[in-house]
Design a protein around this ligand. Structure first.
Ligand code: VGL
Ligand code: ZN
Length: 196
């Protein structure tokens, strides 16, 4: 079995200056680049999810949701940060259903329509290393869903940032993920990804 890196929603709208800015969201960019390099050198796959909303969705405030419009398909805000070097990462798109308010990358699909879970199983992946935005929403839901599906998860503490609608949301999200069975790591304390 094998390991993969999953970078959750490192998109411009979640960075300072974007439509739904996560404080210090851009600080993950150089760190994520180093993780990508490590995984690439080890021959392990890299996945990047993207929030990919239609203009009208129950996810947005105007239509009963929590959020200002963000990451609308095809807009600049929906693009990955230009300084990210995601290489040939598998892009997983999520949030397309206008009727559903979903946060997990496990509700997403690869470009050919393969659901994320199936794509991971096909590649023999049993552990995900997860970084990205935001700790208290899409990272949290993605990690909890991965654990429920029997995958092992390592949360990359130096490659995540939270929205913190309430001041301690991100901290509490990390505690919740760990209680649910997630491991944590940083670049300096990263178990060497096993080569296949
Ligand atoms: C996210 C809020 C709304 C996220 C997505 O990627 O964490 N947060 N949509
Ligand atoms: Zn969203």
């Amino acid at each position: 079995m094998a390991e993969a890196l999953l970078v959750v929603d490192p998109q411009l709208d979640f960075m300072p200056g974007g439509a739904l800015p996560v404080p210090e969201g851009d600080k993950i960019v150089p760190v994520v680049n180093r993780y990508v390099e490590r995984f690439r050198e080890a021959g392990r796959p890299v996945f990047a999810s993207r929030d990919w909303h239609p203009e009208v969705t129950k996810h947005f405030q105007q239509y009963g949701g929590l959020w200002p419009p963000h990451c609308i398909q095809g807009t600049r805000g929906a693009e990955f940060h230009p300084e990210l070097d995601l290489g040939d990462a598998v892009v997983v798109s999520k949030g397309m259903d206008p009727e559903r308010d979903s946060y997990s990358a496990f509700d997403g699909f690869e470009p050919d329509g393969t659901p994320l879970e199936e794509g991971l199983r096909r590649r023999g992946i049993d552990r995900l290393y997860v970084g990205g935005l935001a700790t208290d929403y899409c990272v949290r839901w993605t990690v909890l869903e991965a654990l429920k599906r029997g995958l092992k998860v390592t949360v990359l503490l130096d490659a995540i940032r939270g929205v913190n609608l309430k001041p301690h949301d991100a901290e509490e999200a990390i505690e919740e993920m760990v209680r649910a069975g997630a491991d944590v790591a940083t670049l300096e304390r990263l178990p060497a990804p096993a080569t296949a």
